[in-house]
Design a protein around this ligand. Structure first.
Ligand SMILES: Cc1cc2nc3c(=O)[nH]c(=O)nc-3n(C[C@H](O)[C@H](O)[C@H](O)COP(=O)(O)OP(=O)(O)OC[C@H]3O[C@@H](n4cnc5c(N)ncnc54)[C@H](O)[C@@H]3O)c2cc1C
Length: 452
């Protein structure tokens, strides 16, 4: 087997599809016998939305999403950011169903009910068997077994604040207590009331408290609401209850020999909204590189650029989400002062743009923008050309010398573009621009560079 992906969560499924597009054989293993139907994320925010467009997946997501388009006023902790950020609203189980369909369509094998128990052993319904894979990628979530087996440290902090969330049958508005839709701050914590679908109320409560053992219960949820609010909420029948403690953690390394980490296995952020963006983009960065190496069209050293490129993105996201969590969590007059001044600063246009960029993507690599192109007389978009997940040379000046320098592995697109930034652009399958210019020797250098 060329590549074993451990975990059929969103990140493992995205990676499987990217690997298949790159021409690699992949088997995905998940210990759950059936997909995880718990709601969890309500949508996607950030550059992953553009990346879905680069893979022709955005239309499928859009068709089911309650909202698609730039989110105005996205919260940075408790402070709204006026710079719009791309996003879409779709429940995580639906995202996973769409990604499963895509991975299967492209030929990925998904084995459910198969748990990785050692780096070379899987336990399936008929017992243990040997896993003989050239590369193993741990997309196995926060408590990653792959991370543990590879001996990769996961330093950071775990919060003392417990969050209980639930979906309940009923309609808004239901509530007294001066509650507004969204998170409501009280001296002892915060209470959420909102609705994302008719007939379903989403309620939550955050307080500083130790995590109890066992499954979350309705009695425990109600008691927490009473402690924070000083009274009960008239909530209907619970459809789903969860209890989470947020953590701020980052794997020391994303690679240990033939083992890689991606998604929650590699990073946990203490504020919502960024985990799927960063995790799915890990998969897009790693997929084409692993596929190129197993196909023999790139050297092993290309794989080191995965940690070099993605670890700093998660580190920066950790910084911004720690600040969001702190802004949210700080209580009393100190907290009010912090939020007031941060809100004033965030309203300056440059500050708002900076926060918007952090929420969109804390990545500093240069990504191709969706330039309007004409190819063979037909109008098209960069996103459509990137669907094959190949490295592309966009030749905007009909330059045979640049086309010759690109070599056989590169897809050549001769296009006219009124906004072309240079004679040619070389774009990796994940959208990173590695060359922008007119000199064939520099193009050859870009193609030979470690992170080409
Ligand atoms: C209540 C809640 C709300 C959230 N809201 C948001 C949000 O709004 N926005 C956002 O971006 N994120 C949100 N998240 C976080 C988001 O759900 C995760 O970031 C995302 O699920 C991570 O995807 P993943 O594929 O890395 O890991 P997971 O989704 O955790 O998938 C890991 C998979 O690995 C499998 N697995 C584990 N161990 C093994 C093993 N040994 N062998 C085989 N399989 C194994 C598991 O069964 C699982 O299917 C939320 C999470 C929760 C709990």
């Amino acid at each position: 087997m060329e590549i074993a992906v451990i975990g059929a969560g969103p990140v493992g499924l995205m990676l499987a599809a990217e690997l298949r597009l790159g021409g690699a054989e992949v088997v995905v293993f998940d210990r759950r016998a059936a997909p995880d139907e718990r709601p969890r994320a309500n949508g996607l925010v950030g550059r992953i939305v553009e990346q879905l467009d680069h893979r022709g997946l955005l239309e499928r997501f859009r068709a089911e999403a309650a909202f698609t388009g730039p989110f105005p006023g996205l919260p940075f902790g408790p402070v709204p950011v006026t710079t719009p950020v791309p996003g879409l609203m779709l429940q995580q189980p639906r995202m996973e169903a769409l990604l499963t369909g895509r991975a299967r369509e492209l030929g990925a094998e998904i084995r459910r009910g198969h748990e990785l128990v050692a780096l070379d052993t899987v336990r399936g319904p008929d017992g243990e068997y040997r896993l003989d894979a050239r590369y193993v990628v741990g997309c196995d979530g926060a408590r990653s077994r792959v991370r543990e087996l590879a001996g990769i440290g996961f330093p950071g902090t775990t919060d003392g604040e417990l969050m209980r969330l639930g979906h309940f049958r009923g309609d808004l508005p239901l509530f007294g207590s001066g509650l507004a839709r969204g998170w409501n701050r009280r001296p002892g914590g915060r209470v959420l009331v909102t609705s994302l679908a008719p007939g379903v109320v989403v309620a939550g409560v955050r307080e500083m408290a130790p995590e109890p053992a066992g499954e979350p219960t309705l009695a425990e949820f109600r008691a927490a609401i009473r402690r924070v609010l000083g009274e009960d909420l008239p909530l209907g029948e619970p459809l789903w209850l969860s209890r989470t403690v947020s953590s701020a953690r980052l794997a020391e390394r994303y690679r240990a020999g033939r083992v890689f980490l991606a998604g929650d296995a590699a990073h946990l952020f203490p504020a919502g909204g960024s985990s799927l963006n960063v995790g799915l983009l890990d998969a897009v960065n790693l997929g084409w590189k692993l596929a190129a190496v197993v196909r023999g069209s790139a050297p092993e050293s290309l794989l080191d650029s995965y940690h070099a490129e993605r670890h700093p993105v998660a580190a920066r996201t950790l910084t911004q989400t720690r600040v969001q969590a702190l802004l949210d969590r700080q209580t009393g007059e100190d907290g009010d002062a912090l939020r007031t001044l941060f809100g004033e600063l965030a309203a300056f246009p440059d500050a708002s743009r900076h926060l918007g960029e952090l929420l969109r993507d804390a990545d500093e690599l240069p990504y191709v923008t969706d330039l309007p192109l004409t190819v063979d007389g037909e109008p098209t978009r960069v996103a459509e050309i990137m669907r094959a997940a190949r490295t592309v040379l966009f030749d905007f000046a009909d330059r045979a010398d640049l086309r010759d320098a690109a070599g056989p592995d590169v897809k050549i697109v001769t296009a006219s573009c009124p906004d072309a930034p240079a004679d040619a652009l070389l774009v990796r399958p994940d959208g990173v621009v590695t060359f922008s210019g007119d000199d064939p020797a520099s193009l050859r250098e870009a193609l030979a560079a470690p992170g080409r």
